[in-house]
Design a protein around this ligand. Sequence first.
Ligand SMILES: C[S@@+](CC[C@H](N)C(=O)[O-])C[C@H]1O[C@@H](n2cnc3c(N)ncnc32)[C@H](O)[C@@H]1O
Length: 371
Amino acid sequence: MDMLQVFHMNKGQGESSYAQNCTVQKKIMLLAKSYLKEAIQGYLKNGYPESMVIADLGCSSGPTALEAVSDIIEAVVATCPKHLSPKFMVFLNDLPKNDFNGVFASFYDFQEKWRKQKGDDFGPCFIAGLPGSFYGRLLPPNGLHFIHSSSSLHWLSQVPQGLNEDDQPRILNKGNVYISRTSTMEVVMAYKQQFRNDFLTFLKCRASEMISSGRMVLTFVGRNSVEPTSLQDSYPWDFISHCLATMVSEGLIEEEKLDSFNVPYYAPCLEEIKELVDEESSFSGHIFEAVEVEWDGGINLNDESSSLMMPTKGERIAKMHRAVAESMLQHYFGADLMDDFFHRYAQVLDDYLIQNPNSKSICLVVSLIKN
Ligand SMILES: C[S@@+](CC[C@H](N)C(=O)[O-])C[C@H]1O[C@@H](n2cnc3c(N)ncnc32)[C@H](O)[C@@H]1O
C-alpha cells in the first residue's frame, strides 16, 4: 500500500468525517498546550525574533488543523512584549490526499477570531500548505524556528518490509493486522526496524530544516511496556483483526486478504524514542513523558446523552477510528464492507468496555531542542 496515494483522514464535515470525530486528538492537543507554552517560552529566552517560521506536521483537516497553530501563536504573543510580537509564517503539512481545501476554507475565520481577540498584538500570519511526507525533506535548510506534530508520528512511511502484501512469499502475521500476542519475533522486529528507520529519517530531515536552538514538540501514540507484544497496547488492532476474521469466516472477505494485510503503524515506548534521539544526535532531549488518554478522549456525557438515541461508547470510539483508518481499510477490503465492519467493531468494543470501562491508551510527549 502506498501511503502517499491512499492514506487520508475522512474528509469534509459529514458524520464519518475526521472533523466530526477528532475528540481524542483534541484532548491530546489540550494536554500538549502546557508543553508548547514551555517550549515557546524557552525558545524566546534567547531573544525576540522579527519573524517566526512554524511548521505543523500531519495537520489533517477540521477543527484541530489550525488549533495547534493558534496555541503556538498564543504562547508567543503572551511571552513577547507587545511591541516585539513577531510576524508568523506557518506551514501546514500533511500527505497529498489530505483535505487541504477544508483547512484553507477555515483560515479566514481563524484570522478574524485572532484579530478580534488580540487586535494589534497579532502580527501578520502567513499560512501555506505543504503537501508531502514528513519522512522526507519538506523545506529548505535552516529556516524553521518551531515544529509541532500531534497524533501523527505513529503512522509509518510504509508497511514494514516483509509484511507488505506484495513481498510476502509466505504469510508472516497470519490473522493479525498489527503486532499481537501471537505475532512472531520476525514480525515484531520488522515493525521495530521500520519505525527506527522512519524516526531517524524524520529527525535528520527536521534537523536540516531547523535553526540552532529551535524547538520541536511531538505527541504520538505510544506504549508503556518495553515489550511490544504486551496485551494492552495492541487492543484496538486485535479487535480489528477479530472483526475481519469473523467476516472471513462468513465468506465476506478472502482469508488471504486478511493474512496479507498489516497496518503501517507502530506505537513505540519512551526508551526507544530516547535511544533514537541520542543516536541521531542533532537534538537534546528536553522532555519525554508518557500520558494516559481515555479511548474516547474522556468526554463527559451530559443528561441528554443518556437518551436511547445516543451512540454507545463503543460506537463513538468506532466512529473515531473510522474517521482515521477508513481510507486504508477501504482501499484493501472494499468500500461496500465498511458499514458492516465498523458496526461489528463498535459491538466488540462495547462488549470489552463493559468489563473495562476505563481503558486508556498512551500518548507520548516529546519536546526537543535543536543543537
Ligand atoms: C490523526 S491525524 C492528526 C491530525 C492533527 N494533527 C490532529 O492532532 O488532529 C494524523 C495525520 O497525520 C498525517 N500523516 C500520516 N503520515 C504522514 C506523513 N508521512 N507525512 C505527513 N503527514 C502524515 C495523516 O494524513 C493525518 O492527517
